[in-house]
Design a protein around this ligand. Sequence first.
Ligand code: PRX
Length: 639
Amino acid sequence: MKVEEKFPPPKELAKNAWIRTPEIYEEALRDTESFWAKAAEELDWFKPWSKVLDWNPPDSRWFVGGKINVSYNCLDRHVKTWRKNKVAIFWEGEPGDKRTLTYDDLYLEVNQIANILKQMDVKKGDRVTLYMPMVPELIVAMLACARIGAIHSVVFAGFSAKALRERIRDAEPKILVTANHSYRRGKIIPLKQNVDEALEESSSVERVVVYQRSDTEFTPMKSGRDFWWHELTVDAPLRCEPEPLDSEDPLFILYTSGTTGKPKGVVHVNGGYLVGVATTQKWVFDLKDEDVYWCTADIGWVTGHSYIVYGPLALGTTQVMYEGAPDYPQPDRLWEMIERYAVTIFYTAPTAIRAFMKWGEEWPKKHKLSSLRLLGSVGEPINPAAWLWYHQTIGGERCPIVDTWWQTETGMILITPLPGTTVLKPGSATLPFPGVKAEVVDKDGNPVPPDQGGFLVIKTPWPAMLRTIYRDHQRYRQTYWKRIPGAYFTGDGAKKDQDGYFWMMGRIDDVINVSGHRLGTMEVESALVSHPAVAEVAVVGKPHEFKGQSLTAYVMLRGGVNPSNALKEELKKHVRQEIGAIAVPDEIYLVDKLPKTRSGKIMRRIMRALLSNEDLGDTTTLEDPSAVEEVRRWLKEIK
Ligand code: PRX
């Protein structure tokens, strides 16, 4: 099969009531506000908005004056109907334990936890940090916060105690919710122990609620601070009225990596976020009541927030949720689960697809995957070979693939096919979602000709866009709205082809994507520099066959420190403690100098371009050719 081949939408999809005709794109751009107002009407509002959009660049307010509650939309409105006893979550723990939760089950638990938070004096606008494994209680805690107007900050459970501490310091939560431990590839991950370490120094956290994932290990509890979830819920009241919140009240903070050492607290708000996420969930995934949907992301990242928690639950979807590793106990765990629950829609990341390819098609072949009707991809560019493998081996050549481009900051999918409408091209995220105006431009903001690389920007606001960086509005303006005149700067490079299809080319800044995890090279550099043996560091991302990208660190040691393999190992361990296992560089070179410009700046961009075989003139302004030669020589010497 040739890569240039196009895949038209299957006929049966085109018959669906909510699959849009191509005219929807024009219509939505002609009157974007009416388009989003219509989408917002699908949700339940306590008070209607008086104005769809108040756009005061770069600040936007959507559904101005509207009152809404996200947990009401995800639960109450379903339990009032037949969906009360519909399965919300088929959950599996890594060791094989199984639970089924209906909408009513979720509703009752959320009400209880909301009451417990209130009893702990959590008020509207207070922050609650959640550091939890992939268990339904994480969803419960998020919805409980949303119910009372508290702002949750979920910290990925793969982050270290130190990384957790840093995020706690910024968000200043009153309450932290965690679990005693979690499972990963059969090993026990001591989450509560990390929490204790993170809270060692003085902290805003007054109380810690601990969900008991299992009682296989003893968990020390600090009296007066730590409380077991199961003990608190014994007599917590079963009803908690949802708070009518302003559309623009914050719903959550989610920390993400940027180009400095300090992660950014991306802030999303109630109204616009839910409108954007629910609409894309329905249109992009063609979700229907009879579907069984599965997004394999971790809720610690934005994909889990938008397309495991808020999107699917707002639509009353039945979904599968899994706690552990995809190859535990064997590489067919996911295929076995697709067969068990008759999953119809499956959403995963290219890094996972490449791992499945490596493990071999004998694993999916062992299982009946004929329930699948739609596949999705997210997180990084999907190479055409992986796209075709996914289409053939998993999708049996009958399932369209929606390659969805978006970011923590965008909150919702912005560039994507609409199944049933869009002709697919393997490797392309295709077209902007209706109402979204994306463009590929040069550094002055002028569109570049077709097939030429440039900066991917978004020209008009969309409802789920981030509103600010927590406590740093200046950084919000600077990072996203100052680089390209009059547009939101995504940090991605892209090309548009002759048909107007978008082809993503990866980040053009110092943000990288390792196995679908977003990291800043500067964060890893700061972690390394905090080791006493290290003087200076350059961390560079380069393409990796399975992970998408991997990290290489060039480390200059302090005078008198002897290079050794033991020291390299120690540096890796240090990064694991500072950030987490995901940030440990694959390769560390101990060097005695780093290539620098005359003004003393490390030439990271040239290093990256050379390591990635990037075309230097493509998305970046052309560098000084002699500097390029110098870095090339330097890299050769190291090898
Ligand atoms: O570089 C783009 C890449 O992931 C970045 C956003 O990362 P994060 O905020 O962690 O969110 C990931 C999940 C939405 C983007 O700047 N990216 C995401 N989706 C795609 C992608 N690159 C290419 N194709 C995609 N479908």
